[in-house]
Design a protein around this ligand. Structure first.
Ligand code: DX5
Ligand code: ZN
Length: 214
């Protein structure tokens, strides 16, 4: 069964706890948290202190997506804050360091993911697939919610699902129109921001994503 991860980047941050409750009640499987540093991507979002307080207001697993340079300098703080899975961009970290991070997170029973930008080929992550629990395929250029889905990433998901045993997550422009092809291509987790938080009825929005492949 497909898992749906609402991305809180599209939530109203003035009442974040309420926003989180609303997607929890609407059937979210986990919470996708976008961390941006203004260097790797042209936007700045949230740090470990916010994750720490999010941890207190929900039981949902926290899926932390690091879009930052030198992620290895901050992973301990995000782990400490209560992350359940931490995803690193392959454009920001070498294979050796990523393996070291995987070992550290494993000790803390935190899942590790590797992500790749739409233009980054699968060949860049092939050497770490054995060390990660999850691959997060970006279907927009990271930085902002509400961007248009890039259909060119679908073959990448298909190939990945043939060679990778772990979970495949897709992030960017996911909605009721795009979810079906992603599920058929092999996605296990779909992260969605504007489609879910912008919906009149978030429960229906989540159900539409979940059932899109049927
Ligand atoms: C983009 C973020 C996404 C984003 C998704 O850089 O990583 O998680 O919030 O937003 P939508 O679903 O609106 O494309
Ligand atoms: Zn994300």
């Amino acid at each position: 069964m497909i898992k749906v991860a609402p991305s809180i980047l599209s939530a109203d941050f003035s009442c974040l706890a309420k926003e989180i409750k609303s997607v929890e009640l609407a059937g979210a499987d986990m919470l996708h948290i976008d961390v941006m540093d203004g260097h790797f991507v042209p936007n700045i979002t949230i740090g470990p202190v916010v994750v720490k307080y999010i941890r207190k207001c929900t039981k949902l697993p926290l899926d932390v997506h690091l879009m930052i340079e030198r992620p290895q300098d901050f992973s301990a703080a995000f782990a400490e804050a209560g992350s359940d899975m931490i995803t690193y961009h392959i454009e920001t970290i070498g294979v050796k360091e990523l393996r070291r991070e995987a070992a550290k997170l494993k000790q803390k029973k935190i899942k590790i993911g590797v992500s790749l930008n739409p233009v980054t080929p699968l060949s860049k992550i092939k050497g770490v697939l054995d060390a990660v629990d999850l691959v997060l395929v970006m279907s927009v250029n990271p930085g902002f919610s509400g961007q248009k889905f890039i259909p060119g990433v679908v073959p990448k998901i298909e190939e990945l699902s043939r060679i990778f045993d772990g979970e495949i997550s897709v992030d960017g422009g996911v909605n009721d129109q795009t979810a079906g092809m992603l599920i058929r291509a092999g996605a296990d987790i779909l992260a969605a921001g504007s489609y879910i938080f912008g919906a009149k009825d978030r429960l229906i929005a989540i159900e539409r994503i979940r059932n899109a492949g049927k």
